[in-house]
Each structure stands twice: as C-alpha cells, then as structure tokens.
Design a protein around this ligand. Structure first.
Ligand SMILES: NC(=O)c1ccc[n+]([C@@H]2O[C@H](COP(=O)([O-])OP(=O)(O)OC[C@H]3O[C@@H](n4cnc5c(N)ncnc54)[C@H](OP(=O)(O)O)[C@@H]3O)[C@@H](O)[C@H]2O)c1
Length: 324
C-alpha cells in the first residue's frame, strides 16, 4: 500500500456503481479514508461488495444520499479533502428522459457542488463526465479526425437523435463548469469512453452489456464503433486527477476506438471456443473509426491497458459471475 493518502479523507458519490466500486477499491488500497454514498445503505446487492474490500472495515463509511434531494450530500462531503462525483443514471430504456436521466444528472451535480461549496477543506472535486459530453456535436467522424478536450457535445444536435443520456451528461458538465467558476471551486472532469473490464458489483451495468451480448449467443453484431476504455484506468485517472495538483480541465479517456467487427475478431482470438456472431446486423457500410486524443490523459500519468487484456478480463469476469 502506498502511504500517499494515509491521513486523507475523500468522498465518493454513487459508490455502488461499476466505475465507483473500482474507485473505492483503489482509494482504500492507497490508504485513503473513504466516505461513500449509496441510495440505500441497507441494500446488500449495492453494498456487500464494497464492505468486503480490503481496508473497508477500517476506512470505509457508507452514507445515504440521493441526487434529487436538496442537501443530501452535506454530511458525505463534510471534512473531505477531495470529492469524486460519479453518481448519475446510465441506462438506455427510459420512458421519461427528463425525470429519469436529465434531472438527476444536472440537478444532482449542482446539488453535490452546492454541498461542496460549504466545505473549506475540499481542495478539488473530480467529476465523472463522459465522452457523451464531448463527441456529439454533429462534426463528422472519420479515421483522420482527432476528437479532443476542446470538443463539447451540442444539446440541439443530440435532441434531433434523441440522445438523452448524451444530453444529461452534456448539461451536467456545462453546469458544473459554470458553478465552479462562479463559486471558486476547483473541479476536474474525467470523460471516459465506453467502460469495460472486470465487475466488482454483482449486477450487470450498461457499458459491459455489449460485451455480454456478443459472447452470449448473438447471431449478429451491431454496426457500431466503440470507444473502449478499461475501468481500472478510469478509476486510476480519477485518483491521479485529485492527487496531481496541476491537473485541470477535462481529460478524455479512450484506450481504443474500433468497430464492433474488430472487437469480435479480438474476442475470437482470445476465446476460440466461444460462439461469436459472424454477420453484421445491417448491410450498410461500417460506421467509421476516428481518434481520441490521449495526450492529456497520458500527461496525467494514465497508462492505457491494452484492449486485448481488458476484453479478456471482462469476459472472464462475466463468466465467473455466471452471466453466461
Ligand atoms: N460506464 C461507462 O461506460 C461510462 C462512460 C462514461 C461516463 N460514465 C459515467 O460514470 C458514472 C458511473 O457510471 P457507471 O457506468 O459506473 O454506472 P452505474 O454502475 O449504473 O452507476 C451509476 C451510479 O449512479 C447512482 N445513481 C443513479 N441515480 C441516482 C440518484 N438519483 N441518486 C443517487 N445516486 C444515483 C447509482 O446508484 P444506485 O446503485 O442506487 O442505482 C449508481 O451508483 C456516471 O456518471 C456515468 O455517466 C460511465
């Protein structure tokens, strides 16, 4: 264990989530005392895997908090040096995007930041934003296009395609920057692509689902391009963004952009015995690949895990947890 954070107290919102569970694990391993919020501290499915982490007994405290409850995060962030705001709904089947995705993302982020603004000990708030708030601005994507931190998704463009999750993350990030500027709070955003890797929580999360579908008997693969990143790299980037005093602004985090067909090819090499889809779901040309700049992430100290390792660990984790 490093003694970097031996005496430091940090807070994590949405601690039961896929990314946050890894963040809590790595923070505990680094010696931090972690105040972690969940919606229901009595829901074993959401908390057991956290309470079993090394160091949890001594240095993990659970708090109850909801994004839509005013002041809900006051006691969570009280006395912390750093706050990691990861909580935000991420799922596809929504019937009321405003109530289910946009309000919790946007109002929730402001709610968390308002709690932080009252606590002088907080040096920095690291916010889990997304490539969803970066890449959807209507600019065409192609192999020679490099997406970087200067891009911001455009809500009007997203509305036309009903990209509600993208809208929720874009509005939340925009509001966070505005609030931080007006209230003198030091924030940094981490903007990951589609996050995969081993699961700590017992339930399936949205971003790992496409991998499960591929290995679980799908006849065809979708005509889509993925911007994959390893969950362990994402959790590490959050910690680096807090520990590195000179970190600032946004950090895109994408290890590799590849079409789904190439993802299937890698899976076939890794797991020759698995039945994998051979055909694309439509006859259209494959959606293009593009590049996402790694410059800022690497300057922060992020070392991207090779996609082959991430995919292997993802599939093995899904198998071990009996998802297929
Ligand atoms: N996974 C990805 O590919 C990806 C990529 C880029 C950015 N992100 C961002 O990363 C963060 C974590 O996502 P994840 O993939 O780890 O998803 P996840 O496993 O679904 O976690 C989402 C977390 O948000 C919490 N949450 C949702 N609504 C809430 C509310 N009203 N009040 C309090 N907490 C609430 C959930 O709590 P419950 O457990 O109580 O539901 C859960 O802990 C999100 O901000 C997401 O937008 C994810």
């Amino acid at each position: 264990m490093s003694d970097t954070g031996a005496t430091k107290v940090v807070s994590v919102t949405g601690a039961s989530g896929y990314i946050a569970s890894w963040l809590v694990k790595l923070l505990l391993e680094r010696g931090y005392t972690v105040k972690a919020s969940v919606r229901d501290p009595h829901d074993k499915k959401k908390t057991e895997h956290l309470l079993e982490l090394d160091g949890a007994k001594e240095r993990l405290q659970l708090f109850k908090a909801d994004l839509l409850e005013e002041g809900s995060f006051d006691s969570l962030v009280e006395g912390s040096e750093g706050v990691f705001h990861t909580a935000s709904p991420f799922y596809h089947n929504v019937s009321d995007p405003q109530a289910e995705l946009i309000d919790p993302a946007l109002k929730g982020t402001l709610n968390v930041l308002r709690s932080c603004a009252k606590v002088p000990s907080i040096k920095r708030v690291v916010i889990t934003s997304s490539m969803a708030a970066v890449a959807f601005n209507g600019k065409p994507l192609a192999p020679d296009v490099v997406v970087d931190e200067s891009w911001f998704s455009d809500v009007v463009v997203c509305e036309k395609s009903k990209l509600w999750y993208m809208i929720s993350k874009t509005l939340a990030e925009e509001a966070a920057w505005k609030f931080a500027k007006e209230n003198g709070i030091d924030i940094v955003t981490i903007n990951p692509g589609l996050v995969i890797g081993p699961l700590l929580q017992p339930t399936l999360n949205t971003s790992v689902e496409p991998v499960l579908k591929l290995v679980n008997g799908a006849e065809r693969f979708p005509n889509t391009t993925y911007r994959w990143v390893d969950v362990r790299d994402v959790a590490t980037a959050h910690i680096l963004a807090f520990e590195n005093a000179s970190a600032s602004g946004r950090y895109c985090l994408v290890g590799r952009v590849i079409h789904c067909s190439d993802t299937v090819n890698i899976l076939r090499d890794l797991f020759p015995a698995l039945k994998l889809p051979e055909e694309c779901a439509d006859d259209k040309p494959f959606t293009p690949t593009y590049q996402v700049s790694k410059e800022r992430a690497q300057s922060l100290g992020v070392k991207f895990t090779p996609l082959e390792v991430t995919l292997k660990d993802t599939v093995e984790s899904l198998k071990e947890k009996n998802f297929f």
